[in-house]
Design a protein around this ligand. Sequence first.
Ligand code: NDP
Ligand code: KPL
Length: 327
Amino acid sequence: MRICVFGAGAIGGHLAARLARGGAEVSVVARGAHLAAMQANGLTVHAHDGTHVVPVRASADPADLGPQDAVVVTVKAPALPAVAAGIGPLLGPETPVAFVMNGIPWWYFLAGEVPHAGLRLTEIDPDGVLERRIGIGRTIGGVVYSATEVVAPGVVRSEHGNIRVIVGEPDGRISDRAKALSAVLEAGGMPSPVTPTIRTSVWTKLLGNLSSGPICTLTRRGVRDSLSDPALRAMARTIAEEGRGIAASLGISIPDADIDRVAASNMQHKPSILQDLELRRPMEIDALFGVPLKLAALTGASAPNLSLLVALVKQAARGEGLYPPIG
Ligand SMILES: NC(=O)C1=CN([C@@H]2O[C@H](COP(=O)(O)OP(=O)(O)OC[C@H]3O[C@@H](n4cnc5c(N)ncnc54)[C@H](OP(=O)(O)O)[C@@H]3O)[C@@H](O)[C@H]2O)C=CC1
Ligand SMILES: CC(C)(CO)C(=O)C(=O)O
């Protein structure tokens, strides 16, 4: 099975290694020193089950890699328009595209039985290029748990062993294509359940991003260090509850156990959005934080604490030139 990972950074690098170990013929789209290192030395992943060094076909130009049996997109949300512009050479007539990312995905309201069906998330797909050039028909949803960082060019480190990639069709069917992608990931040591309720998985993961991402971005510290202050640990739970309220207003029910798990998060990991701030890369503020608040305004869900923290995050990002000025 030919699979290309488009955006093989932290998550994409980890998944590329798992797919290769699972027997796929893996290629990656990457750039810069990370690309050069993978081309020269292969991809190295330090994970809970050991260090994996895998050769990968790597290029900055998708046209070098040709049509694939599947594409896995693992960029940060601000890079999605460029993915839409460049993905064409990777797509055969039936090639599915799995978006394995955080946040409310561009396709969320464009398939299946969902409230506010047809709502287009221009914050994620600004000019509808993803919808036009990839399309909802090719799209598979993906949610990933893997606290991961690029620690050196060509080298990725995954912090813990509680990893998984949940895949699901936007319309809820259990498809052969989703099962095929899942099987390769599983064979490579990445648990990968196929779910008929991918939106529930999106929100469950997002509660983790909402509860720790804004706080860690403001403290500039990892999750464990940031939430060692009882007041911030309590605020993480409050934010998770507000996020659950937004999800509920869209018909998604999150059990108490997930709130407890999220609020108790103790990973040392710096959330990827803080990594971006520190590396002065475009931040996923809108996809992770802005869109949930937009949906809260749409549905009338209350999220005052999340609103305050996100406003603080935006101001901190503006101060670094990483978020548009007001006005
Ligand atoms: N890191 C983590 O622990 C977790 C991250 N996530 C989510 O997974 C997604 C990916 O995150 P993460 O892996 O951390 O992000 P990274 O920035 O580490 O990886 C994205 C990679 O894609 C590359 N890229 C982007 N656009 C292009 C392009 N047009 N051509 C070639 N390469 C390109 C980037 O290059 P460059 O660096 O040059 O921009 C980067 O190497 C995000 O939605 C994130 O929120 C989910 C769970 C955990
Ligand atoms: C913090 C973590 C690992 C889990 O919420 C994450 O999703 C990220 O770093 O983007």
